[in-house]
Design a protein. Structure first.
Length: 672
């Protein structure tokens, strides 16, 4: 689904994840001559005093100005200005700015400038911009294009800036002012000019409300000295943490022909209108449903058959044209072409489920948990569409775990038809405990999707190993993977045919735990049987695994797998929560047969760490000539707040200590 903000994509929405495009643009950029002066508003920024920034700050947004003029319900004009001061070489990317336009958005003017610390100004004009299709990797075609303007000499100490004017035919009457970025912001302005008699409503995200200045006929908001969002490992999506204002505007009295996004019901009602006419089945669809469900004795098996068809027979491909960026294609067209994007696949599946008497609903969601929350103001912050299936009373099965009970609709099973490898009845970690908009004919309802039991996602690793007198370790390991750990590997392997590439995860596990190793045998288990756990079975040899200390051997019972993390071992205090990918329970069990003539002299102590968000337990024991180590780690909560960072740091340190611990072996009969 296309981004909002009047169809404009700022460099930050693209360049952080499209470095290759940026570099290509830099290579193709025109060699602008030092020419006409930069505008006065940019020169006024040359002498400003800036606070002292740390060594990680690449650039500072000196000035940002967005002026929105609503001419009518069908025409909105936006004028933007931005200027950055480049502080470090890594900040050169700010010299490349990217804007999207298409059938409903026209670029009326575009210019950029560089004011170097020494020498004459540089200027680039719209004719110097590179124009490309905005097609993403998953899209077959889109009518959205990009203009990429590369401003010369974006070097440290220089100021780069641009002006842009666009005119848009909006799909809805709402805009977003994103005044906080990854870079610190010195000053940002936003103004809104409305036709006579129009009203507006604002909501703020991650920032206290700001009252506008209403003098001069315009609404004006200003912020100053906004700190940049500092990236942290495993933080929530920064866009959901950044300060921004969502403003809705419409004619007084509700006379607008367009939907007003005053609440979640409004957005749901708007999206329901887009989808309602697209689900009428065709005769080929009816025939396909009859074929898929023939011989299926109950409703659950019929649903499973339809779900499997959607996962494996309808390819995920997107074609976005105009409103098609939001509106699904008609179900008969998706079925005939055998491809579609998330909303297309959801629409076709709804049509097919109707044929067996099962109701379902679109759910609009963001695949990055934290982008939308219970307190998020109403706006279009979604990027994905899945289904909520109303379970009939006779459908009760323990395999259906992704279920909530809605007060009005009853039991709802969530399912993502675009996820080819997650079994029907389950959802991936990216959807669990995430907020989505449930769309019905009566409007929208923001609901929290269920969190599945941690036992349904994880890795069970069992090793039967032998230690030789020279310290070499060899043996067999079996890994059973369920949940995201299973579907992630199946997804990776769907196009891999080279046997060496297929066992890459095995080599990664061994390489992360052993100084040296040789894989002597490896195989995959249940690769194509998505309803069964996926697995690896392999054998390996590691020379000098145990270390000699005189006549003693030091052996680490925790042979494979790293659970400890140095994520919090930083000088700076943590500012944002730590987000886990999903609930998880991992277990390791290793039996190490001791070399002849050796006995255990000392064992590592057990480890027990139990917190609200996670737990870790390990034990090392000896039975006869076998050293046995087992451990388990469980992720119980998907977000750890900042006030629990000390607990999380202690938790990881306890794990790291346990992973380093060694058992001491001595020759049998040797004294203490």
């Amino acid at each position: 689904m296309p981004a909002t903000r009047r169809g404009i994509e700022h460099w930050q929405a693209l360049l952080w994840t499209a470095v290759a495009i940026t570099l290509a643009c830099l290579a193709l950029a025109p060699h602008a001559e030092a020419s006409g002066d930069a505008p006065q508003w940019m020169h006024a920024l040359v002498g400003v005093t800036l606070p002292s920034y740390d060594e990680k700050t690449e650039a500072v947004l000196l000035y940002s100005e967005t002026n929105v003029t609503v001419l009518s319900e069908d025409k909105v004009r936006t004028h933007m200005r931005e200027a950055y001061k480049i502080l470090r070489p890594e900040g050169r990317a700010r010299g490349t700015v990217t804007f999207a336009f298409g059938r409903t958005t026209k670029i009326l003017g575009l210019r950029g400038w560089c004011i170097p610390a020494q020498g004459k100004d540089y200027e680039v004009k719209e004719k110097d911009a590179l124009e490309t299709s905005a097609t993403e990797s998953f899209e077959l075609f889109t009518d959205v294009k990009r203009k990429i303007l590369t401003i010369p000499a974006p070097d440290p100490g220089n100021i780069v800036g641009y002006e842009l004017e666009v005119e848009e035919q909006p799909f809805w009457l709402q805009d977003e002012w994103k005044f906080q970025e990854l870079d610190p912001v010195r000053e940002s302005h936003y103004s809104l000019q409305l036709p006579a008699g129009w009203i507006f409503k604002t909501a703020f995200i991650s920032h206290e409300a700001i009252k506008p200045d209403e003098s001069g006929g315009n609404l004006q908001w200003v912020v100053q000295n906004v700190p940049g969002i500092r990236r942290e490992r495993d933080m929530p999506p920064w866009e959901g943490l950044a300060g921004q204002m969502v403003v809705s505007f419409f004619p007084q009295g509700g006379s607008s022909r367009k939907h007003e996004f005053a609440n979640w019901e409004d957005i749901g009602r708007w999206y329901a209108d887009l989808t309602s006419s697209q689900m009428d089945p065709s005769e080929p669809i009816r025939q396909e449903v009859a074929t898929l469900t023939a011989g299926k004795p109950n409703t659950l098996q019929k649903m499973q058959s339809i779900a499997s068809f959607m996962q494996h027979d309808i390819r995920y491909v997107a074609i976005s044209l105009g409103i098609g960026g939001w509106q699904p294609h008609a179900a008969p067209d998706v079925f005939a072409h055998r491809y579609g994007d998330c909303k297309d696949k959801a629409t076709l599946m709804r049509a097919m489920l109707r044929e067996i008497g099962v109701d379902s609903y679109h759910v609009v969601i963001n695949t990055e948990r934290g982008s939308v929350g219970a307190d998020t103001p109403t706006h279009n912050a979604f990027n994905h569409v899945i289904l909520a299936i109303k379970l009939p009373d006779d459908v009760n099965d323990p395999s259906l775990v992704a279920v909530i009970k809605d007060p009005k609709l009853g039991r709802l099973l969530f399912f993502d038809p675009t996820n080819e490898v997650t079994p029907f009845g389950e959802i991936g970690g990216y959807l669990q405990a995430n907020y989505g908009l449930l769309v019905t004919s009566e409007g929208g309802e923001l609901v929290e999707l269920p969190q599945q039991p941690s036992s349904m996602n994880g890795v069970l690793r069992v090793g039967k190993l032998t230690l030789d007198r020279d310290g070499s370790l060899k043996g067999d390991v079996g890994e059973t993977r369920v949940g995201d750990h299973a579907w992630g590997e199946r997804w990776r392997l769907r196009t891999v045919t080279n046997s060496k590439d297929r066992i890459k995860p095995i080599e990664d596990v061994l390489g992360g735990s052993l100084a040296n190793f040789q894989v002597t045998k490896a195989s995959l288990i249940n690769l194509d049987r998505t309803g069964q756990p996926f697995g690896f079975e392999y054998s390996f040899l590691s020379l000098q695994y145990a270390k000699s200390a005189g006549n003693l051997l030091l052996v680490r019972p925790r042979v494979l797998g790293v659970k400890g993390s140095g994520i919090l071992e930083t000088k700076e205090p943590r500012k944002f929560p730590v987000e886990f990918e999903g609930p998880e329970r991992d277990t390791d069990s290793f039996d190490i047969t001791l070399p002849p003539g050796y006995v255990v002299d000392e064992l590592p102590p057990p480890t027990d760490a139990d917190y609200s968000f996670a737990s870790y337990h390990s034990r090392t024991q000896v039975t006869g000539n076998v050293l046995h180590y087992e451990r388990s780690m469980e992720i119980k909560e998907l977000s750890v707040p900042v006030e629990k960072m000390d607990q999380l740091k202690t938790f990881y340190r306890m794990i790291a200590s346990d992973e380093r611990n060694t058992a001491v072996l001595k020759p049998a009969g040797a004294g203490n």
